[in-house]
Design a protein. Structure first.
Length: 130
């Protein structure tokens, strides 16, 4: 398992703030797809992250001129109890080769132009994990 801790710009109560994010990457023999865990919203009093989400990670080919110089990923949120794929929370992420251009289908990205999904995947790419 690879674990990365980094600061990412997030929007909290309408303000841009730098927040700690943890991303963990696991891909063991026999697993169909790697698992990515994203942890956000550190709670100092409890010494833990409030929000933890597990996703299966799939790579896909991007079509069209706007997306040909980058990489596509599908993050499918896993159910907490049964680890059954949650079809309602599937996010397609595209990251440009320049490290600047990015798109995610989550509400956070649509509202603010950034999200934990793009931040986590950029960190994994920069470390050579994916």
């Amino acid at each position: 398992m690879q674990k990365l801790v980094f600061d990412a710009l997030r929007v909290s109560q309408g303000q841009e703030v730098s927040k700690s994010v943890v991303v963990e990457y696991r891909h063991y023999r026999g697993m169909q797809w790697p698992i990515v865990t994203i942890k956000t919203n550190w709670q100092p009093k409890k010494q833990q992250y409030k929000d933890t989400s597990d996703y299966s990670l799939q790579c896909f080919t991007c079509d069209g001129d706007d997306y040909k110089h980058g990489r596509g990923f599908r993050l499918t949120k896993l159910d907490d109890e049964e680890e059954v794929y949650d079809e309602e929370e599937v996010y397609d992420v595209w990251l440009g080769d320049d490290g600047i251009r990015q798109v995610c289908t989550c509400r956070g990205f649509e509202s603010h132009g950034r999200c934990k999904h793009t931040a986590a995947l950029l960190q994994l790419i920069n470390k050579g994990t994916v």
